[in-house]
Design a protein around this ligand. Sequence first.
Ligand code: F6R
Length: 612
Amino acid sequence: MCGIVGYAGHRQAVPILLRALKDLEYRGYDSAGIAVLDGDSLSITKRQGKIANLESAINATASGTVGIGHTRWATHGRPSDQNAHPHVSCDERVVVIHNGIVENYAPLREALGARGHVFRSETDTETVAHLLEEEMRAGADLFEALRRTAQRIEGSQAVVAMSLDEPGVLAAARLGNAGGVVIGFGDGEMVVASDLAAVLPITQDVAFLSDGQVARVTPKGAEVRTVSGEPVPLQRKRVPIDPVTALKGQYPHFMLKEIHEQPEALADTIWSLATLEPPALYFDDLGPAADRLPDVDRVILIGMGTSLHAAMLGQRYIEAFARVPASVDNGSEFRYRDPVVDERTLVVSVSQSGETVDVLEAMAVARAAGAVQVTVCNTEGAQTTRVADGTVYTRAGLERGVASTKCFSSAVVALYLFALRLAQAKGRISQSELAAHLGELAQLPRAVADVIANRERYRRVAARLAQAQHALFLGRGLAHPVAMEGALKLKEISYIHAEGYAAGEMKHGPIALIEPAFPTVAIATQHALRAKMVSNIEQIQARGGPVIGVVSEGDEELTALCDEVITVPRVSSWLEPVVSVVPLQLVAYDVAVHRGCDVDQPRNLAKTVTVE
Ligand code: F6R
């Protein structure tokens, strides 16, 4: 989950690394550090806390055109200056940044200590610096030293190292699924980083390392080998992400910007996968998965957090349109429960980053069982897209806010369209039905834009929720995942305890919590289940609990019944989750701002979760 970046080129490295670290800060913000090499001098600055602390501490005169930088999400060792990366070897000639976990660090540390190495931090990472030192003392160059070290460390991780003995060279490794390594090819300059956000300001010409690969990067290019030493031809590609989407622009926070980008993001997702005239679906990246879809007899959707909530909606769409039994699971549970999977099972993974380790490990289990795999992903070339047989790209643009917003709604529509595609493959949908679905989908970006335009109307709801210690979110049918997502958004950025429940569950336990200071957000837009939601709302109010209703425009009865309402435009009931979730995102945002929380970097979280 840490952010890592290395630069080798002709420009001063410090400003480039600092800028890149700001682009990576969403991956972790416990501490940050930079090391730059200038001939035979190595200068390292590291500070606990956010990049701003590092920036004010850094020596403006630290010069050098080669360097590495790191922003940390602590795993081994508390956040402190001392535990901040980069870490150095005893002779202070090798310097390392790292993302992931050296699982055998304890025995390695003991053995290195017995051989006279002195540790300066509590981190697992420092073992890598000492191992590299040993390999280099034994005659290896930096690249070879990292290749050999990669065979000695266990666990999933990414490493970038440099050495005073080879100025101008960076060595990088990707081992397992703990995080990506992207190499960017600039004009006489190269960058290597944990993700595209840090590379795009320099170049869109990139290559991705796969699991078990080590790279030697110099200002002129890169050479890659497997950990066992075989050369690997690099597959360079031009990524189509516009670097402008990485900027906050007029918005105070990335989250608010990304909420506002939803109409456009949804349109991009929809029209990259479908056309209205003629009504048709275009899943160009399905690869070999396309031919296997007609034989699929079961679907399992996996994801984590917000992506799991999108997967829950995908399950409903697949069962409804393709009539194939579908279930949904956390990647972290699926992996360890010995699931029943065979070659007729379709596993659909949903991951914005495509780098979430819980999802990648679940995909490895599915692969071993012979399942056909499709991933719904927002990141070009991410690891899930390389493991799956086929990809459905969401095309929402770069998402920087730690709380996912536009990638959730885009994943929901991508899953909706994929369910139609599966229905086609199974012969379960007519051309006129497809046309009707696409016609409804075409209205969605406009409806979401209307929701966003009504932002002022939701402020009263936010002011009310901001006073609460706890909140319950309830929904039935397709509104159940929305309730879970609304609760997650509120708790993760405002630190108000919130739970999302299937409304029918309420009377089986949560109703005991209801009292005047405990608000319930009731998502009552699913028309077929509306009467049941009305009963739930009345049951809550009978016990003195205030109810904030999310209701469809023109629903006078519910508007009169609820203590506060959020009205959303009427759309097809299949698409209601998308229009109902947007005001909940806006309310969570306003509550967090009201409470003075750090919206884009909530405490303890990181955007890409690459540890189990
Ligand atoms: C919450 C949030 C997380 C992610 C989860 C999975 O707002 O963003 O719950 O959804 O960490 O991440 P991806 O989608 O990258 O696999």
